[in-house]
Design a protein around this ligand. Structure first.
Ligand code: CA
Length: 600
């Protein structure tokens, strides 16, 4: 069978030519007929120029075809579409399928890695994987056991494979790689196992490691260039990471990097975030714990750090900073700005200048957030960029073994990894959020390689007086304001899609695929898929027809009780109790559901 990869080649060509043709690169980088990269385009916008499905006709959507993945646990990623082929992968054992779009998803090939099941207990928050990447005629998968494998996109045959880390020490692969030009970028999971996080580039041609930058350690490990790398505009001093820790704790210091990555062709910078410092007991790690909880801007070719910004110094809540970095060109106060927008677990929506790392906006995107009153936005202040804490919501401020209660948000954040979408048409972000608070009691824990290194007991519940555990919101990142907000019974843990038809899509934990009006948030369509949705909605065009697709399969951190069969309310780091009612709405099962308008 002849397969076409012409769109993929066009995308690559467009990217190359757009480097020469900047500044209009982002219009070219929105997804169109294909969905060739996890976020649709390398700027992370999850926006498609397709507009057959629009706010007037979305109510007529129907299911076109479905596909069972044969795997039961949480499906957190999204399919890719390149030409006539769809590629998707599953949670452990990370089976990859190539499906023929000309025949309702007939299987063209299937890749089933052989992995040691001993990796399952060292995956903190279900056995999820956030998707594959495409480039150079290959599909890239970061397996649970930290094997990075390149598959021939036409045949599924292994082109090369490398180990990125040691899963026996608690390092796992759950992230979606990102391909830019001749390199594939990956990060690592294991912040709950004392893994020292890193971010690395490999050659797409042969799997050779090009560079690796650690989240913490000496400058030679982090690839920070003292005197040159900036932190909120100021050059950083030598070994600024090591000096922010006590003793050797940085060696087991966390800062995992399992979130989304984005890329700016104009500056050749790659952006991502790092997660919590280890352990979760803050008394065991005095200092700012740099550079956990940090936004990183690295040179894509060398890994050298251009700028960074630590959002939550000395984290006391597990507010991992790994969520998506969305690159937009928007006006602030009438001035054209090149922005990076990030919705952090800590409940603040940050807007930065992506060339300099200057902090422009930082506001709460859930009014319930109480751990900090505000972020200091005065560039002249000695605490510029730092949160102003409310001590009663800061676990560990009065020692370990003390329970702090009613902290908002909970550890899984006002938003976790479920990615937002941006529409250049409305200028708004569409953000699936959690509306959850917690109790947090830190206790002393000792480090054993490959064993959980957490040291905290948690309980989770909705904010006082509320019954909804989530909201799907529209956000103006130039002002730091919620424009509209749709409540959800459970967290909105499925990633959003924005389209030129002014329709926005997202999935819910009970299993609904929802389409809402981009301008008002009005519900246009909903359909209950076979299981809860923690995957991300995408769209593509085949044979002149627009399709919308999403993976369902409940699980992830919020759904860990269902996924792993846990009932102790404190299990799953407190999520099992918080989301206990979910089992009245849905059950396990991985399935793809593809939607389209009826053919006349
Ligand atoms: Ca974490």
């Amino acid at each position: 069978m002849k397969q076409s990869f012409r769109y993929g080649m066009l995308v690559t060509a467009a990217l190359v030519s757009s480097i020469a043709l900047a500044p209009d690169v982002f219009a070219q980088d929105a997804a169109g007929k294909d969905w060739p990269t996890p976020a649709g385009s390398v700027n992370g916008q999850r926006y498609s120029t397709l507009n057959q499905i629009n706010a007037q006709n979305a109510g007529k959507l129907q299911v076109a075809w479905t596909f069972s993945t044969g795997v039961l646990r949480g499906h957190e990623g999204q399919p890719l579409v390149v030409g006539d082929t769809m590629f998707l992968d599953t949670p452990f054992p990370n089976t990859v399928f190539a499906l023929d779009l000309a025949h309702d998803g007939k299987i063209l090939w299937k890749y089933e890695p052989k992995q040691d099941p001993n990796v399952i207990p060292v995956m903190c928050c279900d056995t999820v994987n956030r998707g594959v990447a495409y480039g150079d005629g290959k599909i890239f998968l970061h397996q649970a056991d930290t094997t990075l494998v390149a598959l021939d996109a036409k045949t599924g045959k292994v082109a090369w494979s490398v180990k990125t880390a040691d899963s026996s020490k608690g390092a796992t692969g759950t992230d979606a790689p990102l391909v830019v030009k001749d390199k594939v970028y990956v990060g690592v999971s294991g912040g709950e196992f004392g893994v020292r996080g890193w971010f690395a580039a490999y050659n797409v041609a042969d799997g050779k490691e090009v560079w690796r930058g650690y989240s913490m350690g000496p400058d030679s490990d982090t690839l920070i260039v003292p005197g040159k790398t900036t932190d909120l505009g100021k050059a950083v001093a030598a070994d600024s990471s090591v000096t922010s820790w006590q003793g050797d704790q940085w060696k087991i210091g966390g800062g995992a990097t399992w979130g989304w990555k984005s890329y700016d062709p104009k500056t050749n910078l790659i952006f991502y975030g790092s997660g919590n410092p280890s352990t979760w007991n803050p008394s065991q790690r005095p200092g700012d714990n740099k550079y956990s909880m940090t936004i990183w801007a690295r040179d894509a070719d060398t890994g050298a750090v251009k700028w960074l910004y630590q959002m939550t110094p000395h984290d006391q809540w597990d507010y991992d900073g790994v969520n998506e970095m969305v690159l937009t060109d928007q006006k602030i106060d009438g001035q054209d700005r090149r922005l990076l927008v990030h919705f952090d677990r800590n409940g603040f929506g940050y807007t930065l200048d992506r060339d300099t790392g200057a902090l422009l906006v930082a506001q709460k995107f859930d009014p319930a957030v109480n751990w900090a009153t505000k972020i200091d936005l005065d560039p002249k202040s000695p605490t510029y960029g730092r949160p102003e804490l409310d001590e009663k919501y800061a676990p560990g401020h009065n020692g370990q073994d003390v329970n702090s209660t009613n902290i908002c948000p909970a550890a899984l954040g006002s938003k976790d990894e479920q990615p937002s979408a941006f529409s250049p048409q409305t200028g708004l972000f569409y953000v699936p959020t959690n509306h959850v608070c917690m109790d947090y009691e830190p206790f002393r824990v000792s480090y054993t390689a490959g064993q959980p290194y957490v040291g905290a007991t948690l309980a989770m519940y909705p904010p006082k007086g509320d019954t909804n555990m989530g909201n799907f919101i529209a956000w103006d990142a130039t002002k730091g304001k919620i424009v509209w907000s749709d409540p959800e019974q459970f967290s909105a843990w499925g990633g959003a899609l924005a389209t030129a038809g002014d329709v926005v899509f997202y999935g819910t934990l009970e299993g609904y695929l929802k389409a809402v009006d981009a301008k008002t948030g009005k519900l246009l369509y909903k359909f209950k898929t076979p299981s809860g949705i923690i995957g991300n909605v995408m769209t593509y065009e085949h044979d002149g027809r627009q399709f919308v697709a999403v993976l369902s399969g409940v699980g992830g951190w919020a759904g860990i009780g269902l996924a792993a069969g846990l009932t102790d309310p404190h299990a799953g780091l407190g999520a099992v109790g918080g989301y206990a009612a979910l089992n009245q709405y849905t059950s396990l099962g991985g399935a793809l559901t593809v939607f389209a308008l009826p053919q006349n």
